[in-house]
Structures are given as C-alpha cells and as structure tokens.
Design a protein around this ligand. Structure first.
Ligand SMILES: Nc1nc2c(c(=O)[nH]1)N(C=O)[C@@H](CNc1ccc(C(=O)N[C@@H](CCC(=O)O)C(=O)O)cc1)CN2
Ligand SMILES: Nc1nc2c(ncn2[C@@H]2O[C@H](COP(=O)(O)OP(=O)(O)OP(=O)(O)O)[C@@H](O)[C@H]2O)c(=O)[nH]1
Ligand SMILES: [Mg+2]
Length: 511
C-alpha cells in the first residue's frame, strides 16, 4: 500500500478514563493534517506544545492539551506520529476521538495496530514486539527486566546473527553445487559450511537446553493450595492475597473453581491457586472441582497441602482433643522426599510437584509445643509452635498417631492459623525463598515463549540432519535453507502473516 493510501490511525493509548491525563496517539501520513484539523499548531518535532483542541466542525474548544509531533520515520511506528495529552475526562476523550473520526483519511486503530506498523516499518522485530507485550504485562521486577531485554533485541539480535551465519554456510554449499563441474573451485567449500553448522547447532542447542527458565519466569511460579475440604485453603489464599479473592464458609465443599491470584514475592512472580477440597463426592459440580484441583495441583511447581491441624473434628473435640495432626486418607500428593528447596528448580527432575505440609487452625489447639528434641508435643498451653520458624524435616517416628508416622519425609512442615495469621509470615518467607531459588538466573534465558522454542527446535533439527549428511550437497543446502527460513520466522523477517494475528491478538487498542 502506498503511504498516501495507508489509513491514518488513532486511539486512546493511555489507561482507563477518567484519569489525570489521557494520551491519544495518531499515526500515519495524515497525522499532521489531523492536528491542523483540530486547530492545533504542529509543535516543533519532539517538543511539547500547549494547544487548544477544537471541534473541526463547530470550532468549539474541547480541551487545552499538550501536543507532540514525531515526523516519520523517526517515530515509534516509523510513520508520522502526533500525540495529544489531554485532561483524562470521559467526555474530553470521547469528544476528541469523535472529532478525529470525522477527519478525512483517519480511522480508529485496531488492537496492536501501532505496534504492528512499527513492526512493518522495521522498527521492531517479532521478538521485540513480544517483549513489548510482555513489558506491558510484567507484574514483577524480574519479569520487567526479562521483557525489557527482549524488547531491546536479546533474542532478536542473536537470531539475526545465527541467520546470517547460516546464509554464509548456504552460500558456500551453493557455490560448491554451482561450480562443481569447474575444476578451479576449491574442494573444501563444504567443510567450512559444515563447521559453521556445527557451531550453530551447539549454540542453539545450548539456548534450548535452558530448563525452560525464560518461560518459567514469564509465566511465574505456580503454587497450588490443595487439601481436604474445610481445611482453610481459601482462608489462607485470602490472607496471602490480602483480599477476599475466594469465598470462605464453614461448609465443606465451598470452593469449586480454581481461584488464581498473582503475587509479587521480592520481585519474583508467583501464581497462587486455591482449589476445591479433595474428597469423594457425588455432587457432579464438586466432582468437577475436585478433578480440576487434582489437575492443577499435579501441574504446579509447589503444592501447599493444607490440613486442619486438629483433624476434621477440630474445634469440636474440645481441649481434651490431642489428635493434633491427622493424616488425610487418600492424600494424592506424596511429598517429594529428599528434594529440598535448595535442589528445587527447573530440571531438578522430580516426579510431580514438591509438597509442603501446612497444618492450619493452630489457634484451636492452644497447646502445641516443640519439645527439646524439636518434636511437636501438646503438653503446654503456650503457642510456641507458632514461633514463625518452619518446622523443617521433623523426624518421622516421633510423631506417631495410631502407631503410624504422621508426618512423612516432607520438605517443610508449617503450623499456621490462616484465621489469625499466626505462622503465615514464616510460610511466606519460605515461599519467597523457594521462589527466588527456583527462578534464580531465569532472567538471562533467551527463550521466553513456546513459539521461540518451537522455531529453534526446528532449526536445531535441520542442522542436526544437515550434519549427518555425507556428500549430498543439494540435501545439505536444503536443510540449511530450512534452518534459515525458520530463523527468519522467529524474527518475522519472512513468511509470518499467519503468526502475526496470533501475536497481535493479545494487544490492547492504542498499543
Ligand atoms: N507519550 C508517549 N510515551 C511513551 C510512548 C509514546 O508513544 N508516547 N511510547 C510508546 O511506545 C514509549 C516510548 N517509546 C518510544 C520509542 C521510540 C520513539 C521514537 O521516536 N523513536 C524514533 C527516534 C529515536 C531517537 O530519537 O533515538 C525512531 O525509532 O526512529 C518514541 C517513543 C513509552 N512512552
Ligand atoms: N479457627 C480457625 N478457623 C479457620 C481457620 N482457617 C479457616 N477457618 C475456618 O474454616 C472454615 C473453612 O474455611 P475455608 O477457607 O472455606 O476452607 P477450604 O479449605 O477453602 O474449604 P473448601 O473450599 O470447602 O475445600 C471457615 O469457617 C473458616 O473461617 C483457622 O486458621 N482457624
Ligand atoms: Mg475453599
């Protein structure tokens, strides 16, 4: 499309109105005309100018705003860009957008369309576009750093270098093919090509062999709260989230859907899930809840297995009740044995998630104690158990209930009261620690999305096939071409129409 035919687009680029300021961006060949139509004198490039914005038809002043002018191609989109920074009132914004809509050659932008133009004008490659989307979505410091690196080309530049070297190798092989009849072509054109392919395979293999840490950071660590009904799982989630995200009730079987809250633990992202209490049930809705609970807990990085420290009858047994910790029958998540927090992390290779056991409702017991040997006793009324120290690796045999070890070889034991908050700080500290260890080093991962991994695996496989060929130069050239094309798709240099919609679908309007 020639520049003149290309529609000029506009949108509110700042957040929800009302707000203190609202930013409306205009991009395209007629961005300057749009300012003129609103009665705004085009300011000096990249300098703010105070301007009265007028309705183009009635001439009435809509607002007094700041205007900015970025002549193309030195703008965010690569086109002419004009910007109005208005008072962020609903009517101000509505009137200005309506006025822009009346100007010839202008239309409202679609979701992600500014960024799409930046991509089409070569301002951003696809990995940078993804980084930009992630930057806007980043909820914690670590995610922000990761996204910013990606937006500034961490993977894109790397991929471009890989592609250039592949094309070099391809040129060598093609020269060998083209001139194979002529005697004066050096015989060893193929050897340096294979050398390049070998080095690239090693580098790309290295990038792939990262324990998916980039994706882990982007998505956040998943911690599922699971356990029997009525144990106080939702109460714990609400306490940690510091809001009433989940419904709490004295009836067993309250939670059915999985409730998700996002936490920022010292800059690290954690998605905390509250799930339905796991039990046998005939209620089809609860059954589905239990299925989801088991599903999500099994897929989590860490399970907080919450139980009522007084057993199912806690609070009813009265002060004489000495059954402190009961083992839930059919507990589906056997704790991960020797796997400690320090060994946790991507690629730690355990079967299923690590579990921590959380004994809740300690406030109802009132007479918990850890004796001189570090074991739990119930002989004293002081709440020493709520000493904010995780009861790490409590020795099994010392906690017997009906001659069964109550506590298995679990990584951590916590005794808390989600109701009063006692002990929750210690749990949160341990969780923060665990997360920091789990996600340590993830910021440097080049691969931050499944899409990157898929493409790079294709490249790696093509290179591996290429290296296994002997003396079949046309096949070798074909594999190198395949690899180069895949890298081109990673950055969006070639053949990407089909994936653009997928990538831009997640963008909001005005971005
Ligand atoms: N008001 C406002 N704030 C904003 C943006 C915006 O569009 N408007 N941005 C929107 O994303 C981000 C800033 N990003 C930008 C990126 C490039 C250029 C730009 O003019 N680039 C030119 C010139 C580069 C230079 O001077 O070094 C270019 O790339 O050629 C502007 C903003 C965040 N803050
Ligand atoms: N005394 C006391 N009561 C608690 C504590 N935590 C939760 N409760 C109460 O226990 C009951 C169940 O709490 P929920 O948080 O709904 O339990 P849940 O595990 O989410 O239950 P389901 O969703 O049915 O599986 C409610 O009446 C809570 O107020 C606690 O630490 N101490
Ligand atoms: Mg619940």
């Amino acid at each position: 499309m020639s520049d003149d035919l290309r529609p000029t687009i506009f949108a509110l680029s700042s957040g929800r109105v009302p707000a203190a300021i609202a930013v409306i961006r205009i991009s395209g060949p007629r961005a300057g005309d749009a300012l003129t139509a609103l009665g705004v004198k085009t300011p000096e490039p990249r300098k703010a100018g105070l301007a009265r914005v007028r309705d183009p038809q009635s001439g009435e002043i809509i607002d007094e705003a700041l205007a900015l002018w970025f002549p193309g191609p030195n703008s965010e989109t690569g086109e002419h860009v004009a910007e109005l920074q208005l008072h962020g009132g609903r009517a101000v914004v509505a009137a200005t957008l309506a006025a822009l809509g009346k100007i010839e050659g202008l239309r409202p932008a679609e979701a992600g369309e500014f960024t799409r133009r930046a991509f089409e004008n070569g301002k951003l490659d696809l990995t940078a576009v993804e980084g930009l989307a992630d930057l806007v979505g980043a909820e914690t410091e670590a995610q922000r750093r990761q996204a910013f690196r990606q937006m500034k080309g961490a993977l894109g530049r790397r991929a471009e270098t890989w592609r250039e070297r592949l094309i070099q190798a391809l040129a060598l092989v093609e020269a060998r093919i083209d001139f194979s009849d002529e005697g004066d072509v050096p015989e060893d054109l193929v050897r340096p090509a294979l050398e390049i392919a070998r080095t690239l395979a090693a580098e790309i293999g290295g990038a792939l062999n990262d324990g998916t840490r980039g994706e882990r950071l982007r998505e956040g660590l998943v911690v599922a709260i699971a356990g029997p009904p009525n144990a106080g799982k939702s109460t714990l989630l609400n306490r940690i989230a510091r809001r009433e995200a989940a419904i709490v009730s004295p009836y067993a079987g309250t939670t059915r859907d999985v409730i998700e809250v996002h936490l920022d633990l010292d800059g690290w992202p954690v998605t905390l899930l509250d799930t339905a209490g796991i039990r046998e049930t005939d209620d089809p809705v609860e059954m589905e809840g239990v299925r989801r609970a088991q599903d999500r807990a099994a897929g989590a990085d860490l399970v907080l297995w919450v139980e009522d420290a007084g057993g199912p009858q806690a609070g009813e047994g009265g002060p004489g009740n000495t059954t402190m910790v009961q083992r839930g029958d059919g507990v589906p998540f056997r704790p991960g044995g020797a796997a400690g927090a320090a060994s946790a992390g991507p690629g730690a290779g355990q079967n299923g998630p690590i579990s921590w056991r959380v004994h809740n409702k300690a406030d109802l017991l009132g007479h918990f104690k850890r004796n001189d040997f570090g074991f739990i006793t119930n002989l004293n009324n002081e709440s020493v158990l709520l000493s904010n120290e995780p009861l790490k690796n409590v020795v099994n045999q010392s906690l017997l209930h009906n001659n069964e070890p109550i506590i298995e070889n679990i990584e951590h034991e916590f005794i808390i009261s989600a109701g009063t908050g006692e002990g929750v700080d210690a749990l949160l500290r341990a969780l923060t620690d665990f997360t920091a260890k789990f996600l340590a080093g993830t910021e440097s991962g080049l691969i931050t999305r499944e899409r990157h991994r898929l493409v790079l695996s294709q490249v790696y496989q093509a290179l591996t096939r290429a290296l296994s060929l002997t003396g079949q130069e046309d096949l070798l050239a074909e594999e190198l071409r395949t690899a180069a094309a895949a890298l081109g798709r990673l950055t969006g240099r070639v053949d990407v129409e089909d994936i653009l919609d997928v990538i831009f679908r997640d963008f909001c309007i005005g971005k």
